[in-house]
Design a protein around this ligand. Structure first.
Ligand code: GLP
Length: 241
């Protein structure tokens, strides 16, 4: 793992965006794995700036999001589809048909999960995957467990994740309790992974991910087994390293 400690959130966002942009410059039809949450918002802002300055062109880029809440529609302003459209997709020249997000309303979830993985494969796999991290060490919505779940699947969210995500909702009852998430195998198959984290509330998860044993109790710790991971953290998230 390559660990880069930066001064603040803006620097973290710029560094991650620059790595992604350089991948696209080298391979204009790059396949990006995208994350949601508050952490990557700055990365999307930086990528939009790079696009506006004509430094990067998304016209041949294809994207796959890690996860989506289950049971809310795409146009719900809390869905990850809505988040991606508002915070990134509508600001750059990505073609809509090249953007993929798990369907959070699909009745036959298993079939949808399988076909999501098939489409990633048909595109040649993910070139660069951006990841945030949950306070409990989750990546995507792969929650702490007694085993790693390999495949894209329906997840029952842990209480601490529901609590952490409730800040985006009016009441805790409104927070979906299930989600569809790319599994650990799909994430680990990405050729390159960038994990970003900022703030003191991520320090423990970052420490366990990097310094302790690989365990499904800290899903992000599996990244120690990947050959090309760059962790970009601000001073606070790095404070226990
Ligand atoms: C959600 C997402 C994760 C994200 C995590 C952390 O649970 N499914 O992909 O990494 O939140 O979110 P934040 O960046 O807001 O701390």
């Amino acid at each position: 793992m390559k660990i880069i400690v930066v001064d603040n959130y803006n620097e973290m966002s710029k560094k991650a965006a620059n790595i992604i942009a350089s991948c696209i410059v080298l391979k204009p039809n790059s396949v990006l794995g995208l994350a949601t949450g508050s952490t990557p918002l700055g990365v999307y802002k930086e990528l939009i700036k790079l696009y506006e300055n004509s430094d990067v062109d998304f016209s041949n880029v294809c994207t796959f999001n890690l996860d989506e809440y289950y049971g809310i529609t795409k146009d719900n302003d809390q869905s990850y589809s809505y988040y991606m459209k508002e915070n990134f997709f509508k600001h750059v020249n990505l073609k809509e048909e090249n953007t993929h997000i798990p369907d959070g309303t699909c009745k036959n979830v298993d079939t949808m999960c399988q076909s999501y993985e098939d489409i990633i494969k048909q595109h040649g796999g993910i070139d660069v995957q951006i990841l945030g991290i949950g306070q409990n060490g989750h990546i995507g919505f792969n929650e702490p467990d007694d085993k790693f779940v390999a495949d894209t699947h329906l997840v029952k969210l842990k209480e601490d994740t529901v609590n952490a995500n409730s800040r985006f909702f009016e009441t805790i009852e409104d927070v979906p309790k299930e989600a569809v998430s790319m599994g650990i195998k799909a994430i680990m198959k990405a050729k390159k992974i960038i994990l970003i984290a900022n703030g003191i509330n991520k320090a423990e998860a970052i420490y366990k991910t990097i310094k302790e044993d690989v365990t499904p109790e800290v899903p992000a710790s599996i990244l120690q087994f990947h050959s090309d991971v760059t962790v970009i953290v601000d001073k606070e998230a790095a404070s226990k390293l």
